[in-house]
Design a protein around this ligand. Structure first.
Ligand code: GAP
Length: 446
């Protein structure tokens, strides 16, 4: 089969699994949807939260030099003037003279011909991607505000607050996880390019002289992160962004690209933002955004290295890398090979038969024990055991635990109070004592 067709089929399978099993739904679906928006269902929320928790662990809690903030989505419009976004945060837009559809000019194979109706395309013009809104009851220009197109500015405007509250020593970083909004001309590829998404960003403040060494450290840190979440190294590629394509604030950027089924596309970025943002905000706000270097006895404006991670693209990369199919006894099985730390459900607990009260009571005991410890544990007594395994495989549950008659001691004392633990990837079943379950699973989670 042609590769493009195969890849499209793979995307269709993943999109359909996400909807069917409650990971990701189309935004406002019952009204026909809203382009560029997606809603996360219970399993999608769990997946995202697990990713965020790992990110916080690696980049905030395991370090002593990181300060996390959660700034408002709406910011004073002067922020976006000073940051350069009002003047420069735009993509080239072109309109078909015939059907009037609009496209991103730099994404077209032929920039002169409409891909929908073959009509002639007009001259591209710059289209600002920020979402405008009105604050309060006045409807004049003084009430215009923007939803933030990046979380970064929420950190720059709180730089002085963090310095005043915590007196950190350089180098130190600020971190933020939160929503960002961009009025993309052509949202596409499921949750890859959307209008409302989440970012996990770090602004790491340094002495200017340290920028190259720090850039290298973060480059390694980002690779380590991608290993942590289970992205195959062979699917990750670094792109040195050419000087002419750099964002208005960047002196150097590396894009980390990932082999998605629809092509090699940007997953994350690492940028050297110099002192561009702090200098501009100092000037525009007239509030001094400096750091007192006690050794040199002088105030300096720190420079910044920015590692940025799109959360929705992380979810998509993880799902596409984790999706597997194999064949057993002539039946195709689809399963998500998710790392246990990331899987929405760590384990599912079942009684072998749901109409045997003694099995159900024992299974409930095991379920409660695990649920209290790990939280992400599911009770599953629907259909036969084979069907339960398939259902759990499809959502990436690493282990299924079954309470059977041996657990009750009917097969002899040696197996009493043991359960079957079935491994998602190999399908292998082992017998584990209930007493040892917590430590066995906790060890795997580490
Ligand atoms: N603060 C720097 C910044 O925002 P960016 O490259 O424009 O840089 C950072 O965005 C990351 O945000 C991207 O690498 C990507 O993961 C994610 N991202 C950007 N636009 C997106 C969109 N329309 N939909 C989903 N994720 C997006």
């Amino acid at each position: 089969m042609h590769d493009n067709k195969k890849n499209q089929e793979l995307m269709d399978k993943i999109t359909s699994l996400c909807k069917r099993r409650g990971f990701i739904y189309q935004g406002s679906e019952i009204y026909g949807g809203l382009a560029g928006t997606w809603d996360y269902g219970p399993l999608g929320v769990a997946l995202k939260e697990n990713i965020k928790a790992l990110w916080r662990k690696q980049f905030v809690y395991n370090r002593e030099d990181m300060y996390e903030v959660d700034a408002a989505l709406l910011m004073n419009p002067k922020v976006w003037e000073a940051s350069g976004h009002v003047a420069g945060f735009s993509d080239p837009l072109t309109e078909c003279t015939q059907c009037k559809r609009r496209f991103r000019a730099d994404q077209l194979e032929d920039p002169t011909k409409c891909p929908e109706c073959d009509g002639a395309l007009g001259e591209p013009r710059q289209f600002n991607m920020m979402f405008k809104t009105q604050i309060g009851a006045m409807e004049d220009s003084s009430s215009i505000a923007y939803f933030r197109p990046e979380t970064a500015q929420g950190m720059f405007v709180n730089f002085k607050n963090v310095i005043d509250s915590f007196h950190p020593k350089l180098p130190f970083g600020m971190a933020q996880i939160g929503k960002a909004f961009r009025n993309e001309i052509t949202p596409r590829d499921f949750i890859f390019r959307v209008r409302e998404f989440e970012q996990m960003e770090i602004e790491y403040f340094i002495h200017e002289s340290q920028w190259e060494a720090t850039f290298e450290e973060w480059r390694k840190g980002m690779h380590e992160w991608m290993r942590t979440i289970g992205l195959p190294e062979k699917n990750i590629h670094e792109l040195e962004v050419p000087k002419d394509d750099l964002a208005h604030y960047s002196k150097r950027t590396i894009d980390f690209e990932f082999d998605f089924p629809f092509g090699r596309k940007e997953l994350y970025g690492l940028a050297y933002r110099t002192d561009f943002d702090l200098q501009n905000h100092s000037q525009a706000s007239t509030v001094e955004l400096t750091y007192l270097d006690e050794e040199a006895k002088e105030k300096i404006v720190p420079h910044v290295i920015e590692p940025t991670f799109g959360l929705d693209r992380t979810v998509l990369a993880i799902l596409t890398a984790a999706y597997h199919e194999d064949e057993k006894d002539g039946e195709v099985r689809s399963f998500l090979k998710l790392k246990p730390q990331i899987a929405p459900v760590i384990c599912a607990v079942s009684p072998l038969l749901k109409n045997k009260p003694e099995l159900v009571a024992k299974a409930r005991e095991v379920f409660t024990l695990l649920k209290e410890k790990f939280g992400r544990v599911m009770w599953d007594d629907n259909g036969n055991i084979g069907k339960r395994y398939r259902r759990q495989d499809e959502i990436g549950t690493p282990w299924c635990i079954v309470v059977d008659f041996d657990t009750l001691g009917e097969g002899g004392d040696a197996l009493r109070d043991t359960v079957t633990v079935r491994d998602r990837d190999s399908g292998q079943q082992t017998r584990v004592a209930i007493d040892a379950l917590l430590t066995t699973i906790a060890t795997h989670l580490k």
